[in-house]
Design a protein around this ligand. Structure first.
Ligand SMILES: Cc1cc2nc3c(=O)[nH]c(=O)nc-3n(C[C@H](O)[C@H](O)[C@H](O)COP(=O)(O)OP(=O)(O)OC[C@H]3O[C@@H](n4cnc5c(N)ncnc54)[C@H](O)[C@@H]3O)c2cc1C
Length: 277
């Protein structure tokens, strides 16, 4: 068994995990990131740019949407099922997140909307060819990994986290496993879990959301989205919240041969449905 020691372990090196690792390291903590896949970055590698409200570029372009309005639109859209405090925080910090991404050397190429009539909140990042598009998100995650490296954050790929070690009710470490099957154990003071959703865990979808995968729900099935971190947190005594998906209609242009109805999980993943539901 390989033994390690740090202040903080981050399980999952994606959009949530890498910035958390960077923030902790910038605050002086020794950080180890455990990443299940051969490459870190998670679904962020496929994205094209983040949402933000009241960013510098929006103000320059006189886009009038306020954080309060965005909060109301968001919460009404999800029928107040989402955690209002989390959503409020997410929206309030969205503009400074764009500033932060720019500080990593990334550039916003343009503002966009997801569908006609929507607000210009989509901050499309410049990709490798100087334009927004596939590859923009991978560049974003690469910049975060470079910042991790500069700060001495160890990112262990092919090393899925397996269990949060508890001692007398407090987090004491994390167990992981290397690709060769070797057990890895890190003694830490805190564990941050950022392992994404459960769109590739049909049994969890069935048990907690009530859909049967392949029958009435067809998710993107991102290979890594097996709900590992949710289970790890529960096993460690983490509070259970309701598990939920919110319907999200997209691609409703009449030029599409079929109208695709997408389900996105509230916070935890990206299952999708077929038009018949
Ligand atoms: C095709 C696509 C396009 C998208 N485009 C956009 C966009 O343009 N703008 C936008 O804002 N959002 C976009 N999203 C959504 C966005 O990418 C996600 O909301 C975001 O990545 C979620 O962050 P996360 O850290 O929770 O999960 P992820 O980014 O998926 O990160 C989770 C990480 O945890 C790892 N992991 C899982 N289990 C374990 C384990 N046991 N141990 C260690 N590591 C583990 C995974 O391998 C992964 O690296 C898109 C998503 C997809 C799929």
């Amino acid at each position: 068994m390989k033994n390690m020691e740090a202040d903080i372990a981050v399980v999952g090196g994606g959009v949530a995990g890498l910035p958390a690792a960077i923030m902790a390291a910038e605050a002086g903590a020794k950080v180890i990131v455990f990443e299940k896949e051969a490459k870190a970055g998670g679904a962020g590698n496929m994205s094209m740019g983040p949402f933000a409200v009241e960013s510098r570029i929006q103000r320059q372009k006189q886009i009038a949407l306020t954080r309060n309005e965005a909060f109301a639109i968001f919460m009404n859209y999800v029928h107040w099922h989402s955690d209002a405090h989390l959503v409020r925080n997410y929206i309030n910090k969205s503009a400074s997140t764009i500033d932060w991404l720019e500080s990593l050397g990334l550039e916003i190429a343009e503002l966009a909307t997801l569908y006609p009539g929507a607000y210009y909140t989509y901050h499309m990042l410049k990709g490798p060819n100087g334009r927004p598009g596939p590859g923009s998100g991978a560049l974003m995650m690469k910049a975060m990994l470079e910042r991790c490296a500069a700060l001495g954050v160890q990112v262990l790929v092919d090393t899925p986290g397996k269990q949060v070690i508890m001692n007398k009710g407090r987090v004491a470490g994390v167990k992981a496993e290397s690709k060769s099957g070797e057990a890895v154990q890190a003694k830490v003071k805190a564990v941050i879990i950022g392992t994404g959703g459960f769109g590739n865990a049909p049994e969890m979808i069935k048990q907690y959301v009530g859909y049967e995968w392949g029958k009435d729900l067809f998710s993107m099935k991102l290979p890594s989205s097996t709900g590992d971190g949710i289970k790890m947190a529960w096993e460690a005594g983490g509070a259970r919240d309701d598990m939920y998906v919110d319907p999200h209609l997209w691609y409703t242009r009449t030029s599409c041969r079929r109208r695709h109805a997408y389900d996105v999980t509230r916070i935890r993943g990206l299952p999708q449905t077929e038009p018949d539901g």
